[in-house]
Design a binder for this molecule. Structure first.
Ligand SMILES: [Zn+2]
Length: 205
């Protein structure tokens, strides 16, 4: 299975045909997709103005999309490295980790689905590196009341299925659409969210 870097090289390779370069960009999202695969793809298509089936696609747009994705990945991996180093120090000092926070980090290790968007068409429009920097600040600052990405106050509890194999249930921002990691919400914000249970529309068969 090709890694992110070799796929990225293919996206930039002017010797490859454009369809293959687009395919390689899409494959990069199997390695790193902060909103989940489909929502991150939708974000890149909209932000860099290319369609999933665009025949006259300017490869420069694919490269710009890759630049954004790569920068976001570097931001996230640097955070993970720091997090792991801090945990090692804490263990060494005999401090126990916080189970739920550690579980969440394990689940999204590598950056896939850190702020998963259940509806692939509803996600923030800001650049991905900026979104991840805001999330990281929230993780470092400790629990708050609002969405870590858009600062919106409408946190709702939703049941859904991002991919057929990955059902989930949890807090979602009613403004920008991201799934909010529980670690960045206070128990009060979580309790309020649970009071606003909403089910998404049934997925198209
Ligand atoms: Zn939000």
């Amino acid at each position: 299975m090709a890694g992110f870097r070799s796929l990225a090289r293919q996206v930039r390779d002017p010797g490859c045909d454009t369809a293959l370069r687009r395919y390689s960009l899409r494959k990069c999202l199997e390695r790193f997709a902060p909103y989940g695969h489909r929502a991150t793809w939708d974000h890149l298509c909209r932000r860099h103005r290319f369609g999933p089936e665009d025949r006259e696609l300017d490869p420069g747009r694919l490269v710009a999309a890759l630049d954004e994705l790569e920068e976001a990945r570097a931001v996230w991996l640097a955070y993970e490295e720091q997090f792991a180093a801090r945990r090692r120090r804490e263990k060494h000092d005999g401090l126990r980790g916080l189970g739920a926070v550690d579980d969440w980090h394990r689940r999204v290790w590598g950056g896939n689905g850190v702020v998963r968007c259940g509806d692939p068409a509803v996600h923030p429009s800001d650049p991905l590196p900026e979104v991840l920097r805001r999330l990281i600040s929230a993780l470092e600052d400790g629990p708050g009341e609002r969405c870590p990405v858009c600062a919106g106050p409408r946190i709702e509890w939703r049941a859904g299925s991002v991919d057929a194999y990955e059902p989930w249930l949890g807090p979602v921002c009613g403004d920008c659409g991201v799934g909010v990691p529980r670690a960045v919400l206070t128990s009060g914000a979580l309790a309020r969210a649970r009071g606003v249970v909403r089910r998404p529309l049934a997925p198209a068969a």
